[in-house]
Design a protein around this ligand. Structure first.
Ligand code: SF4
Length: 689
């Protein structure tokens, strides 16, 4: 039994803002929740999701013991079976017949161990993450422009800017505390706020200007801005490819944006006229089959003007998940190596192999999420371990993904919940500790590493993910390389490896913590990376030095690709996104009645002219279908969306009625560079249900 109090400093498990929380055990398995006034991400603020965390802990729905084929099993039996089946699959079919699909909800230590096992010991890079759906285009764009996946700025830049432009970001609902900080700064300093989004979201409530641009035309808009920057003589730097990028921008006309001349002119005036400008972007940019180009179109404007890495200036990718950034740091994407090193660089691979004393390094990038599940479906992947995520709901073409998992020879799912759309498909279920039950670190969108701390005893037989993975690795024959006793030791190894990465020219370097003790880890304060003997925290690139071979930034000539036109069979273009009070597939937020009061069921935002044409009254049920699946949704008639461009939230599953499993509809069309699918642009048909 837990003893009451004192308050334990930890970090919210939801969005990438990474707010500090004071969690006080009540002695009966519950927690009182308050914002941590000393955490530099939120200074005591919390949004409704974070403040309701106490309502989402407890035993309801928890997976309490390992299961094999639906029967309860002991840990030894389950771990032996997982290790044996993975080893047999590798022996019979090779390392690429095994895949891990992991999560931006994992702690960095969990992520590190999974990545080490797959890339260094199994010898494949078939480990990818649900963060692929969230910010992979930003990673690819950063690497093209900066030579590294480095977020240049800090949250305080939004408070110091004269103008903040939000592109494809409903910050008010998806990053609420950062939105609160921006709103307070606007109140105090008169910051100009521009929202660029086809949909009029809650974020527009504080906007001086809302540009409801045509879906998918962000690249056109930022090319127009770049051409204007040149016209006004604002080019203040000489990145590589400047001439070519300007030429591509000059070739652009405004028609594709669908914007009126006056609104476009206002945007160009405010961006060009504000020396301190921050361009925040999120899923509306990233979740596109040309997401990487859109990211680079934004970065180009900051690079050309030198408005980057200085107070109140810079492009700013805000991540969806609490630890998408930590996943990037450990190499949790199939096309990256640990500590932001390059999997396609033989020197980097050799250095990591040497550090890990790894027997069998992956030699090429692995399969990214969409392709990974296609490989599961066609039998190339024969053993799949899904950790801390629910792809049977959240992946595009979710019906196809569920069928692929159901048909796979051997599926392991580690989860804290017993019944999800994905746990039902597992041969082996492993109970994992959840938020408040485990120790580790997460990295937020501004590169700040914070501790999550245990405040409750684990439910049933649940174990930490890092330990489960290490126990399987030991049974596969590598006990010494996975012989940690605590997450502090995993963190120390990761920090030591980052020092090696730093010496190879990498930006991610937290080697100051390589010798961290358990007590120091216990008391670790939130800090910005890098933290090494050479550099500590702060912004990147303000000195004009980048991580490319030449040290100069690289602009990318962008020739925007617009979405394919919709056809007569599927004449609407479905946009998707989050709601304010739910998170992902609701396995946690669905436990709080308070959170469900905001929006209680899945819905379809439909423009009045579309609703009238389809004969759909407000609150009627509509059947929405694509070539991949269907959903039944409650109609919400609103002019927040444009005609032909309905919106539906992503959170609900097929169990509820109406059935809101939107992933079933969404097309699995990835960006060719980042592998991030175009989750906001699916052609659909709509009819009364
Ligand atoms: Fe949690 Fe994000 Fe809300 Fe902060 S803003 S409390 S990190 S959900």
């Amino acid at each position: 039994m837990q003893t009451p109090g004192p308050a334990i400093r930890t970090t919210c498990p939801y969005c990438g803002v990474g707010c500090g929380i004071l969690a006080t055990p009540d002695g009966a398995g519950g927690l009182a929740i308050a914002g941590d006034p000393d955490h530099p991400a939120n200074f005591g603020r919390l949004c409704v999701k974070g403040s309701a965390l106490g309502e989402t802990v407890g035993m309801k729905g928890r997976l309490l013991a390992p299961q094999i084929g639906g029967r309860e099993a002991g840990w030894d039996e389950a771990l032996d079976l997982v290790a044996r089946r993975l080893s047999e699959t590798i022996a019979e079919h090779g390392p690429d017949a095994v895949a891990f699909y992991v999560s931006g909800q994992l702690l960095t230590e969990d992520y590190y161990v999974a990545n080490k096992l797959m890339k260094g010991f199994i010898g494949s890079a078939n480990i990818d993450t649900n963060s692929r759906l969230c910010m992979a285009s930003s990673v690819a764009g950063h690497r093209r422009a900066f030579g590294s996946d480095t977020v240049p700025g800090l949250y305080e830049d939004l408070e110091q800017a004269d103008c903040v432009v939000l592109v494809g970001s409903n910050l008010a609902w998806c990053h609420p505390v950062l939105f609160q900080r921006l709103a307070a700064a606007r109140e105090a300093r008169g910051t100009k706020v521009v929202v660029i989004d086809p949909r009029r979201t809650a974020t527009c409530d504080i906007a001086d200007l809302h540009l409801a641009l045509a879906p998918g035309s962000d690249g056109v808009l930022f090319n127009l801005l770049l051409a204007e920057i040149e016209r006004r003589g604002l080019v203040a730097a000489t990145p590589e490819n400047l001439v070519e990028a300007l030429a591509a921008a000059r070739a652009m006309g405004p028609a594709a944006t669908g914007l009126a001349d006056g609104a476009l002119r206002q945007f160009l005036d405010v961006w060009c006229g504000s020396n301190r400008v921050v361009t925040v972007y999120s899923q509306g940019v990233n979740q596109s089959d040309s997401g990487t180009d859109k990211v680079n179109a934004i970065l180009n404007c900051h690079l050309a003007t030198g408005r980057i890495g200085r107070p109140g200036m810079g492009p700013f990718s805000v991540t969806g998940q609490p630890n998408a950034m930590g996943g990037r740091e450990v190499g949790g994407l199939a096309n990256m190596l640990a500590c932001h090193l390059d999997i396609e660089n033989g020197g980097h691979r050799a250095a990591v192999q040497d550090f890990w004393r790894a027997p069998r390094m992956a030699e090429r990038p692995g399969l990214k999420a969409v392709d990974m599940f296609r490989a599961v479906g066609d039998g190339r992947i024969k053993a799949l371990w899904i950790i801390c995520t629910n792809p049977a709901v959240s992946m595009p073409e979710a019906d196809r993904v569920a069928r692929a998992i159901a048909g796979c020879d051997f599926v392991v799912v580690s989860d804290m919940m017993a019944r999800t759309d994905t746990t039902r498909l597992a041969h082996v279920l492993l109970p994992a500790t959840g938020w408040a039950e485990k120790d580790g670190t997460v990295t937020n969108s501004e590169r700040r590493i914070s501790r999550q701390r245990r405040s409750l005893v684990p439910a049933g037989q649940a174990r930490d993910d890092w330990r489960i993975i290490a126990d399987v690795a030991a049974r596969m024959g590598w006990p010494e390389a996975f012989a940690w006793d605590s997450p502090a030791q995993v963190f120390a190894e990761h920090a030591a490896l980052s020092g090696l990465a730093g010496r190879l020219g990498g930006a991610f370097d937290i080697s100051a913590h390589a010798g961290i003790t358990a007590a120091q880890y216990g008391a670790l304060e939130p800090f910005l990376w890098p933290q090494s003997s050479r550099r500590s925290g702060g912004r990147f690139f303000g000195d004009g030095r980048f991580h490319t071979p030449s040290g100069r930034a690289r602009m990318v000539p962008v020739v925007p690709r617009l979405p394919q036109p919709v056809g007569p069979a599927h004449p609407f273009r479905l946009n998707t996104g989050r709601v304010r009070d739910h998170w992902h597939t609701m396995t946690r937020t669905g436990l709080s009645p308070r959170l469900s009061r905001h929006l209680a069921e899945p819905f379809l935002e439909l423009h009045p002219t579309d609703a009238a044409r389809l004969g759909l009254a407000p609150a009627a049920l509509a059947e929405v279908s694509s070539p991949h699946g269907r959903a039944i949704l409650r109609v919400l008639v609103t002019d927040r969306v444009a005609p032909g461009h309905p919106f539906a939230p992503i959170h609900w599953t097929g169990e509820t009625a109406p059935t809101g499993r939107i992933g079933a509809l969404v097309v699995g069309l990835p960006d060719p560079l980042s592998g991030q699918p175009a989750s906001k642009s699916t052609p659909v048909a709509i009819r009364p249900f």
